[in-house]
Design a protein around this ligand. Structure first.
Ligand SMILES: [Zn+2]
Length: 463
């Protein structure tokens, strides 16, 4: 009896200590070809509201415009009861974001993303009457240049899935955005093709919630498309596959589910949601709520010597004196700058400086110039100058970390970055989307993405 009591007590303590589990449930609301997808969005929004669950509908610009022109105030009204996100202007009409970003550098790409996607965002804002807090790319059409553009567009959260970057299957800070992305085993769904309920998904959810709870808390990402509930093939796959770009008059509609089949699918989602929400400690959250749950990316006051010691070990994110720091945070601290959101370098650079030491005065000037560059442009320089010669950002950071404790002439140190492991290396597989041309190669996008690894660090749940 006493053993049972002890066991029960232990169980009670364990469940009290379990961290909170957050579920972000999102719907890419994108099909502007099959009108019954409008009804699906309406039905899902209403069902979830009846369950008391707030979801996120990431809306395509053209979808919003069509809801307006078809007079679907009912759908617009139902969606605006939930959180609204943005899901590109045209989704699968070519060129898609990765297609137009792949030949552009970081700054050109940000400008082009803003030029092409900005008007759709304005339409979603106007039609839905809400400011989207998150964006996610169509398919796997991702590019790092969108980070800078999204910050300019006032969107602070990146909510999607993809293999280009990821950090232990939990949210992270990257390019100044809170990324819910690459969630790995914390991203799954109840399948719509296994009968009235997917009990395997329920078990998977219970496992994930228990694991995250025991680990101090964490997030689970679940997504669908309203169109999946009324069609058996994707609206874009039947029109824009492998680079095809038929004109509007030739668009064809995807195959429909029967009404009974659609009912079954709505039931699958509803049962899955009912299962998830009855578990203690589980909370459905919107992107705005996620922002509030995680600590600000800007660190407090930092001890320069502890930061320098960390940077000497490796140029990668790390916890220093209780603060989670990106390499960019560390570099700013060593340059005596206020913490701020910055971009990584726009391009790789080489060290041409050939001597072993840099005169102290020359190095001081180089550091002042680096700080001036960051203040002016809001991004890290590719390299700093020592006279006519360059020291790459990586070598500059390593040299600066070493010089903090020293006096006199500065020894040039060649640095190593440790953040590459969080990025995909294969240019094809992460971009393999049926809409992209056959063999589309995103290698240049991944190279730019790794440079932005200077800004990468785990997001930490607030106390
Ligand atoms: Zn989509």
């Amino acid at each position: 009896m006493s053993r049972l009591l002890a066991l029960l007590l232990l169980f009670a303590v364990a469940s009290l200590a379990a961290g909170p589990v957050y579920v972000v449930l999102w719907f890419d609301t994108e099909d502007y070809i099959e009108p019954s997808a409008d009804d699906a969005a309406l039905r899902i929004a209403a069902d979830l509201r009846a369950e008391g669950v707030k979801a996120t509908f990431k809306i395509v610009g053209e979808k919003a415009r069509l809801l307006e022109s078809r007079g679907r105030r009912d759908v617009i009204q139902a969606l605006s009861q939930h959180a609204i996100g943005y899901h590109s202007n045209w989704h699968s009409v070519h060129p898609t974001p990765a297609e137009y970003l792949v030949t552009l550098n970081y700054l050109e790409g940000a400008d082009e993303f803003e030029r092409r996607e900005g008007p759709g965002l304005a339409d979603v804002k106007r039609i839905l009457g809400a400011d989207p807090v998150c964006y996610g790319q169509p398919g796997s059409s991702w590019g790092p240049q969108s980070n800078l553009a999204l910050r300019r567009m006032g969107i602070p959260v990146y909510l999607d899935e993809g293999e280009q970057v990821g950090l232990n299957g939990q949210p992270f800070w990257y390019g100044g955005l809170l990324y819910v992305f690459g969630m790995g085993k914390n991203q799954f769904r109840a399948r719509l093709d296994v009968g009235p309920e997917d009990s395997a998904a329920n078990r998977r959810f219970d496992e994930a919630a228990a694991r995250l709870g025991a680990d101090g808390g964490g997030g689970i990402s679940i997504y669908y498309h309203p169109t999946e509930f009324v069609t058996t093939e994707f609206w874009d796959g039947v029109n824009f596959a492998r680079g095809a770009n038929p004109d509007r008059g030739s668009w064809v509609k995807p195959k429909r589910r029967t009404a009974a089949e659609s009912e079954r699918c709505y039931g699958v989602l509803r049962r899955f949601v009912q299962h998830m929400k009855q578990r203690p400690g589980v909370r459905f959250v919107t992107p705005r709520e996620i922002l509030g749950l995680y600590e600000s990316p800007l660190p407090g006051v930092l001890g320069r010597s502890a930061v320098a010691a960390q940077l000497r070990r490796s140029i990668s994110f790390a916890q220093v004196n209780g603060e989670m720091l990106s390499p960019a945070d560390m570099l700013l601290a060593l340059l005596d700058m206020q913490p701020q959101v910055v971009d990584g370098p726009a391009a790789p650079a080489k060290t041409t400086y050939a001597q072993r030491t840099i005169p102290a005065a020359a190095f001081r000037l180089a550091a002042l110039d680096a700080a001036a560059f960051i203040r002016r442009f809001g991004r890290l320089p590719n390299a700093v100058f020592v006279g006519a010669e360059t020291v790459s950002l990586i070598d500059f950071a390593a040299t600066l970390a070493n010089a903090i404790e020293a006096t006199g002439d500065v020894t040039l140190v060649h640095g190593n970055t440790g953040f590459e492991q969080y990025f995909a290396t294969d240019g094809r597989k992460p971009f393999n989307w049926v809409i992209h041309p056959e063999g589309f190669d995103g290698t240049p996008l991944l190279a730019l993405a790794r440079l932005q690894g200077w800004t990468l660090k785990p997001a930490r749940l607030g106390k």
